[in-house]
Structure formats: structure tokens, C-alpha cells
Design a protein. Structure first.
Length: 173
């Protein structure tokens, strides 16, 4: 699995993190969704969805749960999630049409878990095709689902997640 560029490698050399990276990459980075990760993803209440258009303009959207599942794992390489009409701008969906490369950032602040998923996305909005997935989601205002084919998964470093949790909690005490 070759996911990094020459520039990534040059920075690791410059900052002397090559050995750390190789261990991390060989033992942690994966290209399939295992049962444990599937359970984690299907229990999520929210995640952040990153896209970019063909010009390289980036976009990040918050995706929140409106039905029994926010993400449904179909198999070890594929997940789907409903895409609702929000403000009608279609940033994410429009980006996918011109550049299918996407990223998901899934964070559990309470348990200090952070997972990054990189993949390619397809919009499913054909009514016949969409009907196959309606039983997975109990919301009836789904206009389309986004199907993501996984390229790689990185269980990311959980450093500093406690800062966010403590910031949130201090506002409630």
C-alpha cells in the first residue's frame, strides 16, 4: 500500500521520524474494516467528511446521526452513509462528482479514539438502487447515500483529545 508521496518521505527524513513511521505504518495502518472497527463506525453519532473538487478546493462537512445508523458497513472495503439536503449547497456531493477522493475523520472524545479513513466515493441517488439501502436507515428524507470504498484506515493518535473533552466539560460544571 503506497499512500504517501516523495514529499511525505522527505519530511520524515528531515525530522528523523522514518523508523517510528515504518513501525506505525506496518503495524497499524490497514486497508480493510474489521469487525471491531465496523462496530465502532456503526455506533458513531457524528463524523467529519472531507472532500475536494477537481480544482483542489477543499471542504469539510459535519455529518450527524438522524436515523438508527449514521454509517453502515457493507463489507470489509465498503461503507455507506445517508446524505441529507442541508443548506442546499451540495459541497460534498458536488465535490465527489468532480473528484471521488474523500476522507472521514471519526472521533470519540469520551474514549480518546480517532480514526481516519481515506477512500473513493460514489453517490447513489437512483431510486431503484437507493431502495436497496432504505431498510438500513429509518429516516425517510434520504435523497441519496454516499458509498465509500476504503483505500486505507489509520487509527490516529489520540493525543490532545482530552483537551477537547475537558473544554466541553468545564462549560457544564
Amino acid at each position: 500500500m503506497n499512500i504517501f508521496t516523495k514529499e511525505h518521505n522527505e519530511l520524515r527524513e528531515k525530522h528523523n521520524t522514518k523508523n517510528m513511521f515504518e513501525y506505525y505504518f506496518d503495524t497499524i495502518v490497514n486497508d480493510e474494516i474489521d469487525k471491531s472497527l465496523a462496530n465502532y463506525l456503526e455506533a458513531l453519532e457524528y463524523f467529519f467528511f472531507a472532500t475536494s473538487n477537481k480544482n483542489g478546493n477543499t471542504n469539510v462537512n459535519f455529518k450527524g446521526k438522524k436515523s438508527k445508523y449514521l454509517i453502515k458497513v457493507l463489507d470489509e472495503k465498503t461503507l455507506i452513509f445517508p446524505d441529507y439536503i442541508g443548506n442546499g449547497i451540495f459541497h460534498g456531493a458536488g465535490d465527489i462528482l468532480s473528484n471521488p477522493n474523500v476522507g472521514l475523520l471519526c472521533i470519540d472524545f469520551l474514549n480518546d479514539i480517532r480514526v481516519k479513513i481515506s477512500g473513493t466515493a460514489e453517490i447513489i441517488d437512483n431510486k431503484k438502487e437507493l431502495s436497496k439501502y432504505m431498510d438500513l436507515f429509518d429516516s425517510y428524507d434520504i435523497q441519496r447515500v454516499i458509498e465509500v470504498r476504503v483505500n486505507y484506515i489509520i487509527p490516529n493518535c489520540s493525543n490532545n483529545l482530552s483537551i477537547v473533552r475537558e473544554s466541553i466539560l468545564k462549560n457544564y460544571n
